[in-house]
Design a protein around this ligand. Structure first.
Ligand SMILES: [Zn+2]
Length: 115
């Protein structure tokens, strides 16, 4: 399942970060999920619960921030309103999705003991 592999790679990254900083506990994760990323947040949450059970993320909150779809023109950098014609009003270039398909681990809150 798509969501399971996302959580798995998420956990790999969090564990690597935690190990690099000597963290003992992870309190909270913040994820940006684009509306067009194809991720079902409900499934993602249940995959997260299952996978984090025995990991350093056990009990950590998962905060999901939805990211709206945005279009833009890669040629001249103009933002285009979504739902408009898929060509740039300035230069006529083809519009491209500039946001809304991402899955980004934005922040990890963890506890690093004082040395
Ligand atoms: Zn343009």
């Amino acid at each position: 399942m798509h969501e399971y592999s996302i959580v798995q790679s998420l956990l790999d990254r969090v564990e690597a970060e935690a190990a690099a900083r000597g963290a003992t506990v992870v309190h909270r994760l913040r994820l940006q999920i684009g509306e067009m990323s194809g991720v079902e947040t409900a499934l993602l949450r249940s995959a997260y619960e299952t996978f984090t059970d025995r990991s350093i993320c056990a009990g950590a909150d998962l905060e999901i921030v939805p990211v709206a779809v945005r279009w833009g023109c890669p040629a001249c950098g103009t933002d285009l309103p979504s739902g408009s014609a898929l060509r740039c009003g300035d230069c006529g270039g083809p519009a491209r999705l500039t946001a809304g398909d991402e899955i980004v681990l934005e922040r990890i809150e963890m506890e690093v003991p004082d040395v």
